[in-house]
Design a protein around this ligand. Sequence first.
Ligand SMILES: O=C(O)CCC(=O)C(=O)O
Ligand SMILES: [Fe+2]
Length: 299
Amino acid sequence: MNKEIKHFKVTDPIESVLHALDEDAGVIIDNVMTEDQLSSIQKELKPYLKQAQNGQDNFTGFKTQRVGALIARSATSRDLAMHSMINQMAELFLQDHCDNYQLHFTSAINIGPGETPQILHRDRGVWGGYVPRKIETQFSAIWAITDFTFENGATQIVPGSHKWDKDREPKPDEIAYAEMKAKSVLIYTGSVLHGGGENNSKESRLGVFLHYAPSWLRQEENQCLSCPPEIAKDFSPELRKLIGYSKGGYVLGFYTDPKDETGELESVSPSRLFNDQRDEYSRIESASELVKESLKKGI
Ligand SMILES: O=C(O)CCC(=O)C(=O)O
Ligand SMILES: [Fe+2]
C-alpha cells in the first residue's frame, strides 16, 4: 500500500490541518473553490494555455506547459491568493521564520498526456541550498483546476520527507499521489520531496500554483515585473502588500523614485507608489530595540 495524503474539509479547525502539515508536509483540503471560481479561472487561463510552449528540459517537462504572471492575468487567481483560510495557515506556518510573508510564485502547470514523472525535489532548492533546514521557506498551494488522478499526473509527494536526511531516497511505496477533485487544494511545504506525476491518460492535468515565502527571501517569480505598477494600481492595498509592493523589514526592499524632485520619495516603501497607508516599518520605536530583536533571533 502506498502512503496516503490526509484530506480535510474547509470547516475543519486550522490547527488540525497545520498539525498534519507539520507531520507530513503535505495535506489536501477538499472542495475549497466555488463553482464560479472554477469556471472563471478556466476561462481566464484558456488564452494563455493556447499559446504557452512546453518545457525545454526534463525538470520543467517536455509535455508540460507553465503560465506565470497569474496575479496580473487572472482575477480569480487574485482571489485564491488572498483566500482567508490559506492565508491564515500560511501566516501561522511561517511565523517562526519571519515577521511577514509574501506571495513568492504563481504558475498554472498543465501536464499533458505522455508526460514522464518529474524528478523528486524540494522547492527550497530555488535558493541554491544556502538556507538552513531549520528555516521553513515555503508554504505552497496547488489549486486543482482539473481533477488530479494517479493516471493524469497528480503531484507525487513523500509524506514526512521534510524530516529525512537530505540524501535519503524514497522507496516506491513511500510516494503518495495528490489525488483530488477539481476545486480542492494541496498544501505542501518547501522541505518536502515532491514532483509532478506521470500522465498516462488522454487528458491534461491543470493546477494553479500559488506559493508563499518569508518576505525577507527573494521571490522565485519577480512579482513587481510580472505585475507592474500600472496593473497593480487597480488592486487592493492588501493584495499589493502580499505580492511585494511593501517592505520586508525596516529597510528591506525600499525604493527611491529616481525622478523625484521633492525629496519625499527618498528611501520609501513601494507602497508609496500607490499612496497606500504608511507601512508598519516606516518608524521604529528605538534603534537599540531593533538591533536587540534581531540579535535575539540569531545574527
Ligand atoms: O506539477 C506538479 O505537480 C509539480 C511541479 C513542481 O513541483 C515543480 O515544478 O516544482
Ligand atoms: Fe516543485
